[in-house]
Every structure is written in C-alpha cells, then in structure tokens.
Design a protein around this ligand. Structure first.
Ligand SMILES: *[C@@H]1O[C@H](CO)[C@@H](O)[C@H](O)[C@H]1NC(C)=O
Ligand SMILES: *[C@@H]1O[C@H](CO)[C@@H](O)[C@H](O)[C@H]1NC(C)=O
Length: 450
C-alpha cells in the first residue's frame, strides 16, 4: 500500500460550508434520508453497500473537526478507507408514549427523531451515520441515513438513494478514490462572487439585516427549546397533473406555485397588507467552473431571498408568476453567485445575534423552497425490493425559515415535506396551513382539467 493511501486528507471548509457548520451546531442542517422497508435489511449487505458509497464519495468517509479555541474554524478530515458501522435501535423505545399524536405514523416519528439527533456538537464527528430501527410489529424496519448538510444538499440526497439501490445489487468492489471536491466558492465562474456586504458598506448591511424582520407566521411558543417536526403535503396524480399544467401554461417551475400557495395560506388570516421573505435554493452544479454533476456529493446550492408584498385576494397563478419571476430575474442577474457571501453572512449574523430576528425566533424567511423538483419514477422497483416509503429533508430548528419545503414528484404525484421548528410553530398550525395550501393548489388546478 502506498503511503498516500493510508494518510488522512484534510481540507478547510469554504464560506458556505462554514455557515452550515455553524448552523448545524445550532440545530439546522441535519439531513435525513429515512427508508421504510417491509423486509428487514440484511445488515451486513447494507453495511457493504454503504462502504462502497463511502469509497466512491470521499466526503462520506470524512469527519468534521472544529477548533475548540476558534469557533469558526472547521475542516473535513477524510479517512483513506471506508469504515461505517450501522447502529441498531429498537423503534418501540422511541415510539413509546407518543402513540397518540394525530396522523403521525411510526415511520414518520422515527424520521423526526433522527432529524433531531445532533452528533455534530462534538469537536470531531462523522459526516455520515446510518441506523436501522426494528419496528414494533416486526414486519417493518426503518433505515435512516443521517448526514451533515455541508456533505449533503438535496441533490446529494437524491443521488445517494439512487446509488445505494445500485450498489446493493452490484457485485464488484469499489476502490477508494479521490479527495473531497472543492468548496462552491472555489468553483464560481470568474469574477461572479463578490465580497460579503459588510465590505460594501453599512447601508447595504442594515437593509439586509432588516429582512430578518419581515412578517412571519404567528409564533406559538418562543421560549421553549426548539426541535424540528415535519408535516406532509401530498396531491394525487390528477391534481398534480393539473397543477403542473398550470405551471407550464404560466411558464414557471413548480416551486413558484408551491411558494405562492404557501404565502396565500399564510396570509389568509391577516387583514392588512404585509411583506414576506421567500428563499429559493438553487443547485449551482451545472454552472460552476468546472461544472459538477449530481454524482459530486457536497453542498452546492445557493440561496436567493426575495420579498413579496401580499394584500389579500391574490389569485394563485398571478401571484406565482410574480414571485417566480422575481426569483428568475435575480438568478438571471447572477445573484445566486454575487450574493452568496451576503446570504451566508446574514445567516451567521442571526446565529450570533438572535435578537435581530422577531422574538429571537431565528427565522430568516417565512418559506424556503428548492428551485428544482426531484422527479422519482422508481415506484415499481421500490415495491419489488420492499421499499414502501421514504422521506428526505433537513432540520431547521436552529436558524432558518418557518417552513422549509422539500418537494418531489413520485410516480406522478406531488409529495412535499414541510419542516418547521417546534414548538415555535405547532403541528396543528402547520397541518392547518398544509390543508389550506393543498386546497389552493387543487382549486387553481381545476382550470387545467383535461
Ligand atoms: C384526487 O383528489 C381529489 C381531491 O383532492 C379528488 O376529488 C379526486 O377524486 C382524487 N382523484 C383520484 C384519481 O384519486
Ligand atoms: C387537515 O385535513 C385533514 C384531512 O382532510 C383533517 O383530518 C385534519 O383535521 C385537518 N387539520 C387541520 C388542522 O385543519
């Protein structure tokens, strides 16, 4: 074995990764991919498959180190070999005492439990952790892959699931390869990334910090320690198809309709005009230099913040065209690159000074949504291998939006997870908003019946 192959490699984190490292310590950015299986997985097979993935993706065999003296210094330390060990848990223990929470399945509850397991407060911890939960009725298990968001944006999570199912069936070994990819800041095409706003003058700064004080949802409990919870918005095929047809007619992406419907639901209880902030997360991989592919694991999204005034009485398609248009225009002007440092700065500013946000809620916007839809047509294959359901999202109970939407279209039907900080917001409040949003989408889709 060559010397090179036995030594750990180390890379300091980039600006965006650093904000996530700080965010995760406070509880935002714990990414979870939870799989409900009807056949108990063979742990040894699963372990072999996960180790193969670690071999293909150096970030998955890395640990995150943070300096104990300098709170903002983090690095990835990549082990030369794969080493993941699957944790086994008794699901019944986690579920005990919580059986009565309405409408939340045992699978959903295990997923929420993992969303709140933060192993990254330690000075050194693995970026990638896997657990298997035996479920009480013994006919199901839940496999949970938990990752630090600096290693796993939404594109990575989608690739991870796809690649896991491939390596589960493949015989061949995977030789450990490569180093952790560069940070997004090092891949921004020439000159498009600017210095953070504090280098550009205090006026810009105060304007942006004011965006931390835009209208939010009503807070339920601002005092108690926060954790993340999830509610699910699902539409059937028919309704999904109609909404998609409406998006096509309006020349917008689905994220525009989801964000707008969410805003309408949120504003429906207010009588005067209000200004709200919506963050759209865009995957920069294809426009980096050199471009990356979804096979490059890591965090390569950038955020664009737009403000929208709601007066009441808006129609969905008009509003969606307006809000999506504001985002698309900002992106056309390169704001996803030029404002990257500003957005990271704003997030860190809120972490350092919660008082800048309403009621110290640490909310940076009302809604965040991903520009692109994850399309998954794997249903038939999943049924063959006993994969009954899955959910993928990340925690927001540190700094973040009130509602973080993670949407996919699965075999033609919309499945959108809403992650929110509890008890700042209650499940009932969120379920009510989901119901309203769903009704708005279904109603707006009716003009597109075939
Ligand atoms: C889809 O849901 C709508 C209500 O949201 C319902 O009216 C319709 O019958 C459902 N269609 C199918 C095919 O299940
Ligand atoms: C939301 O809708 C579901 C299904 O229609 C219903 O069971 C539930 O009570 C509603 N929840 C709220 C808070 O409105």
């Amino acid at each position: 074995m060559s010397v090179e192959a036995v030594e750990s490699k180390c890379r300091t984190v980039g600006g965006t990764e650093c904000s996530w490292c700080r965010g995760v310590r406070g509880g935002t950015g714990i990414a979870v991919l939870a799989l409900l299986t009807s056949k108990p997985p063979l742990i040894s097979n699963l372990q072999t498959a996960l180790r193969k993935l670690q071999n293909s993706h150096p970030i998955l065999r890395s640990r995150i180190h943070h300096s104990t003296t300098e709170a903002t210094t983090f690095s990835f330390v990549t082990s030369p070999t794969s080493s993941i060990t699957i944790e086994s848990h008794d699901g019944a223990k986690i579920l005990a005492g919580n059986e009565n929470d309405d409408g939340v399945s045992p699978f959903h509850r295990i997923m929420e439990h993992e969303l709140n397991r933060n192993t990254w407060r330690d000075p050194s911890a693995d970026m990638f952790v896997a657990s298997v939960y035996a479920m009480p009725d013994a006919t199901a298990s839940v496999v949970v892959l938990r990752l630090h968001v600096a290693a796993c944006d939404r594109t990575t999570a989608a690739s991870l699931l796809r690649e896991l199912l491939v390596v589960m069936e493949a015989e061949e070994e995977v030789v450990p390869e490569g180093e952790v990819s560069l940070a997004i800041e090092d891949l921004v095409p020439g000159g498009k990334a600017k210095k953070p706003m504090w280098a550009r003058g205090i006026d810009v700064l105060s304007y942006s910090v004011n965006s931390l004080r835009l209208t939010n949802l009503k807070f339920h409990d601002t005092k108690t320690d926060r954790f993340s919870q999830v509610v699910r918005l699902q539409l059937n095929h028919t309704d999904t198809k109609r909404v998609m047809a409406g998006c096509e007619r309006s020349k917008i992406k689905l994220c525009g309709a989801l964000g707008a419907a969410g805003l309408m639901a949120a504003h429906s209880t207010r009588s005067s005009s209000k200004k709200y902030g919506v963050i759209t997360l865009t995957d920069c991989r294809s426009s980096l230099d050199p471009p990356l592919t979804p096979h490059n694991f890591g965090f390569y999204h950038s955020a664009i913040l737009n403000n929208h005034v709601m007066k009441g009485g808006e129609s969905l398609w008009e509003l969606a065209k307006r809000t999506y248009g504001a985002f698309a225009n900002a992106k056309n002007n390169g704001k996803h690159f030029s404002d990257m440092a500003d957005m990271n700065f704003l997030m860190c500013k809120a972490i350092e000074n919660p008082g800048l946000t309403s009621s110290s809620s640490l909310r940076t916007s009302i809604i965040s949504v991903f520009e692109d839809t994850v399309i998954d047509d794997g249903g038939e294959k999943y049924r063959e291998i006993g994969l009954e359901d899955y959910m993928g999202c990340a925690s927001v109970h540190g700094v973040g939006p009130s509602i973080a939407m993670f949407h996919t279209i699965r075999d033609g039907a919309l499945d959108c997870l809403w992650v929110y900080p509890a008890p700042l917001h209650s499940r009932e409040q969120m379920q009510d908003l989901v119901n309203k949003t769903k009704a708005i989408l279904i109603e707006a889709g009716k003009s597109y019946q075939d």
